[in-house]
Write a protein of this length. Structure first.
Length: 171
């Protein structure tokens, strides 16, 4: 899902919580619904072995990679996505810490992140993109794909090839 949608919908949800729960909780709901996507930047840097850590370069590169993936991946059997923070394990950890330390702000962040995940899940199903929302599920499905002779990174590799420019080397 495009970041603009998460920002807009998360802002709306944050305003509702701000009005009915509290200022801090509403702000943290919004932050949770948007900041969850930090793992897209991590994924981009890792996959491309990006050495240029200029924030504008990373944002543009991540957006280009994600949009190209949305064009290539739908319906493919050689595509499996997972983002580190887009998992039930990560959300469970946030929720557990929020409950243990009795933090309504962190609970607001958890609810925003959970809201983000629900939006992503619906969007992925609608676009027929294979995503996992669990580290355990990812490992199992990845192994099953390999046993079937499929490359779980097939679509991502195709995206990388399509967005990387040939190097300009003097002949």
């Amino acid at each position: 899902m495009k970041p603009q949608i998460h920002t807009t919908v998360g802002f709306g949800g944050g305003l509702l919580l701000y009005r009915f729960w509290g200022k801090v909780e509403g702000i943290f709901f919004f932050l949770g619904s948007v900041l969850l996507d930090v793992d897209h930047f991590i994924d981009f840097i890792w996959r491309t072995k990006c050495k240029n850590l200029n924030i504008k370069h990373i944002i543009k590169g991540t957006y280009t990679f994600d949009m190209a993936h949305l064009e290539i991946a739908p319906g493919r059997k050689d595509s499996l996505c997972m983002f580190l923070f887009h998992t039930v394990e990560f959300l469970s950890l946030i929720c557990l810490v929020a409950v243990l330390i009795k933090s309504s702000a962190l609970m607001g962040f958890f609810l925003g992140a959970a809201f983000h995940l629900v939006l992503d899940f619906v969007d992925a199903k609608r676009k027929k993109i294979q995503k996992t929302y669990s580290w355990i599920e990812f490992i199992i499905r990845r192994q099953l794909m390999k046993k079937k002779g499929l490359d779980p990174d097939g679509a991502q590799k195709e995206v990388l090839n399509s967005i990387q420019r040939p190097s300009k080397r003097p002949e």
